[in-house]
Design a protein around this ligand. Structure first.
Ligand code: C2O
Ligand code: CU
Length: 537
């Protein structure tokens, strides 16, 4: 049986809890095609998400407005106008670039036919603005989210609606958000350049950010025979009653299948986000090109690390510099995905994008990668301050009320009134993330705070993982130990697997920092939006 997206919504509404759908027989007509119908890699031009201008600004705050709505765009060579459910009707959503320590207010208007909750992943927001899964903006509602921007990092906003996050993000609800610290950036002298301007959705001089500081939103997608986003055709997809994962046969960067990016013979800084529903990648480049890693999820590393390959699982961010001056004009360097276990591979999922060296630099490249980026607390110092250790087991279990196995944390599933942990405000804790299944890996994300990875099965973190992070790749049969300080806010927050199919079914739990036990959904509820008489922002 085939279940349409609308049916899926209907089931979701009826089920009220986990979306439990009948097992669908694999359908060849709609399943991922090993010879992707999308077209050939490296034919479409590279594109950047446009920078969202604020509606207005005052001394402390920039006010932004985003309408979640339908739009069309070209994802794949074969079709120019695939429908997307996106922030301002595009995928990825517009790029928000904000200065550290200025406040943002983002008005998020739901003009779609699905429930939404918006989370800014990597921001230490108050609980009522953190995208609590049950804090739903129904169609026709809006909510003003307040963000302090108190640390500089590459973060992202995406949907977090309870039990529908995978579907909603697959529809297109994800975008990048950069908090930058101008003083630090000016001192570091990393590749940047003047802002690129050009025609775009926000006018003829739409800003696309600094020329040599480039966002890369990585996301695999499945398209049906008409070239529309496929929600239900993949035999391993959302509706198979297995809730395992959702893999696409097309790899996109900034919403373009396997793009081709012209580059000058100079250094570029890249900010990569894995916005995939389930897919983890191990990336490497052809021609012996190397990544100089400069930042992890939550900001700069202490010093750069040069690697030939790195793993990036859903929701992780890595920033790196590539120096194209090492290559002659005309060189083509491919960014490729080496397969990781328990990802579903298709013919072209090892292709990601291509850099084509087209010219000498237009102005001399005076940027550099300094040997010190930021002072970070040494791990032994943090460890000596730990007050408590907890164990969190990520598994698969039968839970009461569900006829099929669910993804679980310590044997339990999402319950917005039941907290898995209650660390004190400012408490420093070690969390042992345990995955004793050989069959699965889980990217584990904790809201609110950043952690450092202590060790993985007793071995030190990979070179590229060293620094503040909020997502940890928990591989098959691995135990990953992390340490962090629970703050800066008290209240209730979520932690979960960021394979969004696992999160929805139901590998997510709450934790409460300090003694503030208010349900975040009740603090600032979304309001109805009158499109004819819009409320003043
Ligand atoms: Cu990126 Cu709880 O989310
Ligand atoms: Cu998982």
């Amino acid at each position: 049986m085939k279940i349409s997206r609308r049916d899926l919504m209907k089931y979701a509404a009826i089920a009220g809890g986990s979306v439990l759908l009948p097992v669908a027989a694999p359908q060849a007509a709609f399943g991922a095609d090993p010879n992707s119908r999308a077209g050939s890699p490296y034919t479409l031009p590279f594109r950047r998400p446009p920078v969202l201008p604020p509606v207005r600004s005052d001394g402390s705050t920039d006010y932004y407005q985003i309408i979640a709505q339908t739009g069309t765009q070209q994802f794949i060579p074969r079709k120019a106008n695939t429908t997307v459910y996106g922030y301002d009707g595009m995928f990825p959503g517009p790029l928000i670039r904000q200065r550290k320590d200025r406040q943002s207010v983002v008005r998020m208007i739901n003009n779609l036919d699905i429930p939404m909750s918006t989370h800014l992943h990597g921001m230490a927001a108050l609980p009522e603005f953190d995208g609590w899964a049950n804090d739903i903006s129904q169609p026709g509602y809006y909510k003003d989210y307040v963000y302090p921007n108190n640390r500089a990092a590459t973060i992202w906003y995406h949907d977090h609606a309870v039990h529908q996050t995978a579907t909603n993000v697959n529809l297109g609800l994800a975008g990048m958000y950069i908090v930058y610290d101008e003083a630090v950036d000016n001192t570091l002298n990393l590749p940047k350049g003047p802002d690129l301007m050009g025609p775009g959705p926000y006018g003829p001089n739409t800003n696309y950010g600094p020329a040599y500081d480039v966002p890369l939103v990585l996301h695999d997608k499945l398209f049906d025979r008409r070239g529309e986003v496929d929600f239900d055709g993949d035999p391993t997809s959302l509706d198979d009653g297995d809730f395992k994962d959702m893999f696409g046969d097309v790899i996109t960067i900034n919403g373009v299948a396997w793009p081709r990016m012209p580059v000058e013979r100079r250094k570029y800084r890249f900010r990569m986000l894995n916005a995939s529903i389930s897919r983890s990648y191990e990336l490497q480049m052809t021609r012996g090109a190397r990544f100089t890693m400069i930042a992890t999820d939550a900001g700069y590393r202490s010093s750069p690390a040069t690697v030939r390959r790195f793993i990036i699982s859903p929701a992780e961010r890595y920033e790196f510099v590539i120096d194209f001056s090492e290559f002659p004009i005309g060189e083509e360097i491919k960014l490729r995905n080496r397969s990781l276990p328990n990802n579903e591979d298709y013919n072209k999922t090892d292709d990601v994008m291509m850099f084509e060296v087209v010219s000498d630099p237009t102005t001399p490249d005076t940027s550099e990668v300094p040997s010190t980026l930021q002072l970070l607390p040494p791990l032994p110092v943090l460890l000596s301050q730990a007050q408590r250790t907890r164990e969190l087991r990520f598994g698969r279990d039968f839970v009461p009320g569900n006829p099929v196995e669910q993804w679980t944390i310590n044997g339990r599933v999402w319950d917005q009134n039941d907290m898995e942990a209650n660390p004190p405000l400012e408490g420093i804790e070690i969390w042992n993330l345990v995955n004793n299944s050989g069959g699965w890996h889980h990217p584990i994300h904790v809201h609110l705070l950043d952690f450092m990875l202590i060790d993985r099965n007793g071995r030190p973190a990979e070179a590229y993982e060293q620094g503040w992070k909020d997502v940890f790749y928990l591989g098959e049969n691995e135990t990953v130990r992390i340490i962090g300080k629970f703050g800066p806010h008290a209240g209730r927050f979520m932690f979960h697997c960021h394979n969004l199919v696992h999160e929805d079914h139901d590998m997510m739990r709450g934790f409460q920092v300090g003694n503030v036990s208010t349900n975040p959904s009740s603090v600032v509820p979304p309001q109805p939006y009158d499109f004819n008489n819009p409320p003043v922002l």
